[in-house]
Design a protein around this ligand. Sequence first.
Ligand SMILES: Cc1cc2nc3c(=O)[nH]c(=O)nc-3n(C[C@H](O)[C@H](O)[C@H](O)COP(=O)(O)O)c2cc1C
Length: 381
Amino acid sequence: MKSRPSDDSELHLGYFFPSGKTNFLYSDEAAQRTPDMTKANLVELAQAAERTGFDSLFIADNWSGHQRAAELGGHQAPAYHAPLLAMALLTATEHIGVISTFHTTHHKPAHVARMGATLDAFSNGRWGWNVVTGFSADESALFGEDFVEHDKRYHMAAEFTDIVFKLWSEIEPIDVEGEYYKVHGRIKMPRPVQQPNPLLVSAGASPAGAAFAAQFCDQLVTLASDEDALRAVDTRLAEATAATGRRVATCPFAIALVREEEGRAEEEWEQLRKSVNPAATKEIAADVLGSIESSRAQYESMGEEQATMAFGGAGSMLKLIGTPEQVAEKLISIKKNTAATNLLVNFPLWSPEELEGFAPVFAHLREAGVWTPPETRDYSW
Ligand SMILES: Cc1cc2nc3c(=O)[nH]c(=O)nc-3n(C[C@H](O)[C@H](O)[C@H](O)COP(=O)(O)O)c2cc1C
């Protein structure tokens, strides 16, 4: 049995594991420079993230989308199915946590309860669930389902997650005749090692999304490009958790490019932005901006073309671009001035070498007293 830590005096960093050659900066140059997505490269990457000092790996996942130009260019492609990749990475590492995506829409609660219990028990409490409702009509069509509207998806997700929690905690059969799901019985052993349940993360920041996080989750991953935007999310989340009493950490989603030489990271970033692929970005933006309220709101004041290119250039993400010292200072300031205790970090030029280049940031954070190496703790978040 493993209990969740309650100490939030430190910063913990998660690594956004590649679910494609590029993620969130749809640059052709980046797609060419990142390694092939082979077993050897991905296992080496996970081990490098663990060595460098990341607490966890985060594996995003979607089922579908008509993204042919994106696939051809390696943008958000190829993407391995998250729970299968999670098991492989848990097996290849020692202590790092692995958070994998499961959709509530399309699955049944017993599927997720059984797969999650397997991942968590097998890894001795190193698994987390990124709960997503799915936002794509293409995904629903793939499963032969009607596309469910936004807030109803969260109502369904709440009933779904409540049942998963029951299947994890009850040894005897359960009887649920819900509005959306009927479940009679129990899942086979094992049960999860983490108590009261494995770590739950979500990323929906709409009022319905924040209410869901406040009811079930431990972290809310959020798009916020500066401290003001982050504090606005903190406030919304604090209002939502006041009603539930749950402790939910705000987890900003950041993109990192770190170089020792002053000005070099900014130069390289601008260079990558020049090669953002418009066709691929349009395809991905059409899926996301059409369906995700929080993303759409961020680009509302722009024209379609401008919004698409801003989206393809990681427009809404927190930027960790600079020397190790500059990046560490930014992180220390976030820790001081917002409620964030975790950050999820994406590297546009992902590789083991990029992760090693980030190691001096952890050294600065340690010196400042806001970080300790994960292997000295008995938990992964
Ligand atoms: C960092 C991040 C990762 C996400 N990963 C996934 C994912 O893997 N699969 C998915 O279907 N949605 C994913 N989403 C979308 C969210 O689950 C959610 O649908 C979206 O943020 C919109 O929620 P909202 O309408 O409540 O704001 C992600 C969002 C963010 C910000």
